[in-house]
Design a protein around this ligand. Structure first.
Ligand SMILES: *Cc1c(COP(=O)(O)O)cnc(C)c1O
Ligand SMILES: [Zn+2]
Length: 419
C-alpha cells in the first residue's frame, strides 16, 4: 500500500496511519484527515496502462490507489463500474453542448455510498474488526448493511426514525441491528460516536472516518477513465455532509498528481436551500471550520445536515477548483426528478436529482458556460424514495377493461395510430 501519512485539514499535523483512527487528536471533530500517498513511488509502480488493462470494472481495478494492503480481501459485491451516459437531449434542454450523467444509483445498494462502505469494510476485515457501526441519513447505512452482510460482519446502524421506508427496509433485510433514533441525522451521528467510544465498535461515520472519502474518490477515477482521461470542465455534485464532493475532489487530485489527467474540473456543490451551511459559508467567504449548526429541513433527506461533517473539505474542494456552491429550493429538486428521468433515462432520488436544479442554477449564476463539458453526478436511485417521486410523477388513467374506453383516452391524449 502506498499511503504515506494522514494530515489534518486544520492544523496540518501529520500522523502515521496506525497512530490515529478518526480525526486529529489536537483539533477534535473539525480536524478531519486527508489520506496522502507516496505519489512518486505510485507513479513508478503503477503505470496507467496496467489499470486500463485490468478486466475488473469494479472499484478494485484502482486498488493500488486505495488505502488497502495488496493482499487484503475485499467484499464480493460489485461496487462501482457505473455507467457514464452522454445525454444529448438533456444537454439540448439545458442549453449545454456536452452533458454526461454518471449513474451511481446503479451500485448494489442503490447509492454512491457503496464505494465508501466497500473500502471501509475491506479495511475492517484486514484489521480483524468484530463490529461496525455508523450513523446515516439512510444510504450510508444501507451501504454498510449490505457490504457487511456480504462478508458476515455484524453492523449496528443509527438512522433517524423518519428515514424513507425503502432505506430502512434495506437495513432490516440485510440483518443490521437498526437503532431508529427519535431525532435527526445529527442526533444519530452523536449517538453512533458515543456507542463507538463506549463499546469499541469501528465507526464509519462520514467526516470522521478518513477512509470513506478514499472509497468515494473512485467515482472520479471512473469518470476520467470513461472520458479517456480528458477531465470534464465541470462536475456537479449534491452536498450534505460534503464527503462526496471532497471525495470527487480527492480523486481528481490524485490523478493530477500522477499526471494521468492534465487539469482539474471545477466542482459545483448543490445544496438544498433548507440545508445550505456550506453554501452560506462559501458565499460570505467565511471559514468553514467555524460553521455553526443550522436546523436543516429538506425533502432531499440524503443531503440534510445541520453541521456538515466534511464542511471544511467540501468548501476547500469548491474554492481550490474555482467552482461554486448553489442552493436550490425543494420544489425545484422534486420537479427535476421526472425531467432528468425523461431526458436521460436515469431515475434519481431527490438528493441525486438535485444536480439537475443545481446545474440550472449554476448556469443562470454564470458558473457554467454553454460550451463546457459537464458531468452530473447522480448519487442515488429513485427507488430509494418512492413517496417523494410520486409527488411529481403525475397520475395514470383509470380505465375499465374495455378498448372503447382506451380509445377515448387515446383520442384525448392525441396518441398516434399506425395502420
Ligand atoms: C450521502 C448522499 C449525498 C451527499 O453526500 P455528502 O457526503 O453527505 O455530501 C448525496 N446524494 C445521495 C443520494 C447520498 O446518499
Ligand atoms: Zn489538527
Amino acid at each position: 500500500m502506498f499511503v504515506s501519512e494522514l494530515r489534518c485539514v486544520i492544523c496540518g499535523r501529520t500522523y502515521r496511519p496506525d497512530e490515529v483512527k478518526y480525526t486529529c487528536p489536537v483539533c477534535g471533530h473539525v480536524g478531519t484527515l486527508d489520506v496522502l500517498y507516496d505519489y512518486d513511488a505510485l507513479r513508478r509502480a503503477v503505470p496507467r496502462e496496467t489499470i486500463e488493462r485490468n478486466p475488473d470494472s469494479s472499484i478494485w481495478r484502482y486498488r493500488s490507489l486505495l488505502p488497502l494492503a495488496a493482499d487484503a480481501k475485499v467484499p464480493p459485491m460489485m461496487v462501482g463500474g457505473t455507467p457514464l451516459y452522454q445525454s444529448p437531449r438533456l444537454a439540448e434542454h439545458l442549453g449545454l453542448n456536452h452533458v454526461w450523467v454518471k449513474d451511481d444509483g446503479r451500485n448494489p445498494t442503490g447509492s454512491l455510498k457503496d464505494r465508501a462502505s466497500a473500502l471501509v469494510t475491506a479495511r475492517a476485515m484486514a484489521e480483524g474488526i468484530q463490529v461496525m457501526t455508523t450513523a446515516s441519513t439512510g444510504n450510508a447505512a444501507a451501504a454498510l448493511a449490505g457490504l457487511t452482510a456480504s462478508v458476515g460482519l455484524p453492523a449496528v446502524i443509527f438512522v433517524p426514525a423518519s428515514a424513507p421506508e425503502a432505506k430502512i427496509a434495506q437495513l432490516l433485510i440485510y440483518g443490521a441491528k437498526v437503532m431508529l433514533v427519535q431525532g435527526n441525522y445529527d442526533a444519530a451521528f452523536d449517538l453512533a460516536v458515543a456507542a463507538s467510544e463506549r463499546y469499541g465498535w469501528y465507526n464509519r461515520n462520514t467526516g470522521m472516518n478518513p477512509y470513506t472519502l478514499e472509497g468515494k474518490k473512485t467515482v472520479s477515477f471512473e469518470i476520467a477513465e470513461q472520458l479517456s482521461w480528458q477531465a470534464p470542465d465541470v462536475v456537479v455534485v449534491s452536498v450534505g455532509d460534503g464527503n462526496i464532493i471532497s471525495g470527487v475532489h480527492k480523486g481528481f487530485r490524485d490523478l493530477l498528481e500522477l499526471g494521468w489527467i492534465n487539469r482539474m474540473p471545477r466542482l459545483i456543490g448543490v445544496q438544498a436551500a433548507g440545508s445550505a451551511a456550506c453554501y452560506d459559508v462559501w458565499k460570505r467567504g467565511g471559514d468553514p471550520a467555524t460553521m455553526q449548526p443550522i436546523n436543516a429541513q429538506t425533502v432531499a433527506d440524503s443531503i440534510s445536515s445541520d453541521l456538515p461533517h466534511d464542511g471544511v473539505k467540501a468548501v476547500r474542494a469548491v474554492r481550490e477548483t474555482k467552482g461554486a456552491f448553489v442552493s436550490v429550493p425543494d420544489q425545484d429538486i422534486l420537479d427535476g426528478i421526472p425531467v432528468l428521468a425523461r431526458l436521460s433515462g436515469v431515475f434519481a432520488e431527490p438528493a441525486g436529482a438535485a444536480v439537475y436544479a443545481g446545474v440550472r442554477a449554476a448556469m443562470s449564476e454564470g458558473h457554467v458556460r454553454p460550451d463546457e463539458r459537464v458531468v452530473l453526478l447522480v448519487t442515488g436511485s429513485g427507488l430509494k424514495d418512492i413517496r417523494s417521486a410520486m409527488r411529481v410523477a403525475g397520475a395514470g388513467y383509470p380505465v375499465v377493461p374495455d378498448i372503447e374506453e382506451v380509445e377515448k383516452i387515446r383520442a384525448a391524449l392525441n396518441l398516434p395510430v399506425f395502420k
